[in-house]
Write a protein that binds this ligand. Structure first.
Ligand SMILES: [Zn+2]
Length: 435
């Protein structure tokens, strides 16, 4: 197998392979364990190579690994902290065996090769629990395999770990205190949408309010939130209504997937706070989308409380980040306080070392300069002004103008907070908004 990865030297690559411990697969997250004895040939051909490529990705802190059938083989791609890196290149036979064995381990059908399938494997790597999600998409050349990797122990879970500031948390609490309205969470692809939504739910004070969730959140364990059983044959509306009769103050609902569900949620939001995610790339398009689904401006203006959007940004490596004194002109230009004494940036290796100078690589980030990600947030609130916009002239420009008037929290402002706190760099903030 050939692994291409950033600028690493071949020697380091070899060392990496030697030390590699293999992941152990413990069966599908839901459903019965696979019967390996039924397919001894497939197990022989695919199990060890599958463990090797997944272990390699896990050991590099990848959040995603893709194997794409192309011509005579498979082309791999990895995502680490939101950045793309080349992955393994495999021969057709091996790539197919790996795909099939991972489908089997996730409880998917290995006979089915023409339809999308999705499942998850429980796994253990170096004593840590992992969720390995297997996502299959048929392409003209075979099946594309996307593997999503989550370390269940280190995955951010508390609002502050996810990136929710004290100010935003306070806002969410104020909204929950009104005991009504829909708080919709949206974001672009790979924006960590579910993580952000969990953070919003956890920002509500669950000691004070009855917070219920009415769907299976898989491996997400949300403390102090009551699991409200959805009864056999009950649709979303019946379930939410039952939860409201059971005196839920706040209900965490499944992601909206249709106009029907959007209507139910906005209508029921007059009886309690409802929090959930919905597909839209940002707050502006989110409001337009909800309006299109609901088709009733008056209802939307009164029952929508807020739209929260998130976007991920890389965090500076805490071991090697460097402080510098920012130029006062720069601070004024980007809107940071002139009292800001230090900002941080990632350490860059000089092109040529001066005489007597040495360079020690950072063992924590291998000189990438960044490690891990955190979310920036945007908050579109249904202020009186925004209600007027919904009722009269709902255009992207009108929404943006109103957000300015409301002095809304924007992704840029929240990103600058992270820069001021030394969590990320100005360079990274610029890169995030360029891409
Ligand atoms: Zn470092």
């Amino acid at each position: 197998m050939i692994f291409g990865f950033g600028k690493k030297k071949q020697q380091e690559e070899d060392d990496h392979d030697e030390e590699l411990e293999l992941i152990s697969f413990q069966g599908p997250v839901s459903g019965p364990p696979p019967n390996l004895n039924e397919n001894p040939g497939l197990v022989r051909a695919g199990l060890i190579p599958a463990k090797e490529i997944v272990s390699d990705a896990v050991s590099r802190d990848a959040s995603m690994l893709r194997l794409d059938p192309k011509g005579a083989g498979y082309i791999g791609m990895m995502m680490v902290d939101g950045m793309k890196y080349p992955g393994p290149r495999l021969q057709k036979q091996q790539g197919t065996a790996i795909t099939q064995i991972l489908k089997m381990m996730a409880g998917l059908s290995i006979q089915e090769r023409k339809k999308p399938q999705r499942g998850s494997i429980k796994a253990d790597y170096e004593g840590q629990p992992y969720d390995i999600a297997i996502d299959i998409t048929p392409t003209p050349e075979g099946e594309r395999l996307n593997i999503y990797i989550a370390n269940l122990k280190t995955r951010p879970n508390k609002p502050e770990e996810i990136g929710i500031s004290e100010t935003l948390k306070e806002k969410i609490r104020e909204m929950a205190a009104t005991r009504e309205g829909y708080i919709g969470v949206c974001g672009g692809s790979r924006s960590g949408l579910t993580t952000s939504t969990v953070g919003v739910v956890r920002s509500v004070d669950a000691y004070v309010y009855g917070v219920y969730k009415v769907f299976d959140t898989g491996t997400w364990d949300i403390p102090y939130v009551t699991d409200f059983e959805r009864e056999e044959g009950h649709d979303l509306e019946t379930t939410v209504t039952r939860a409201q009769r059971a005196e839920a103050d706040v209900i965490y609902v499944p992601p909206i997937t249709s106009e029907e569900e959007a209507k139910v949620i906005i209508e029921r939001a007059s009886k309690s706070v409802i929090i959930g995610e919905f597909p839209a790339k940002d707050a502006v398009s989110g409001l337009l989308q909800l309006n299109k689904w609901v088709g009733n401006q008056e209802l939307l203006a009164s029952n929508l409380k807020a739209i929260i959007t998130s976007k991920l940004i890389r965090k500076l490596c805490p071991s090697c980040k460097q402080a510098y004194a920012p130029n006062p002109k720069l601070l004024a230009k980007i809107g940071l306080s002139k009292e800001t004494k230090a900002l941080y940036r990632h350490r860059v290796q000089p092109q040529e070392l001066q005489k007597g100078e040495t360079w020690d690589s950072c063992p924590k980030c291998q000189d990438v300069g960044y490690q891990g990600q955190v979310a920036m947030f945007e908050l579109l609130e249904m202020t009186e002004g925004m209600q007027e916009v919904v009722r009269s002239k709902l255009t992207p420009d009108a929404i943006r103008t109103q957000m300015k008037k409301d002095d809304a929290l924007t992704l840029q402002k929240d990103g600058l907070r992270l820069v001021a706190e030394g969590i990320t760099s100005l360079e990274e903030l610029q890169r995030t908004f360029k891409s």
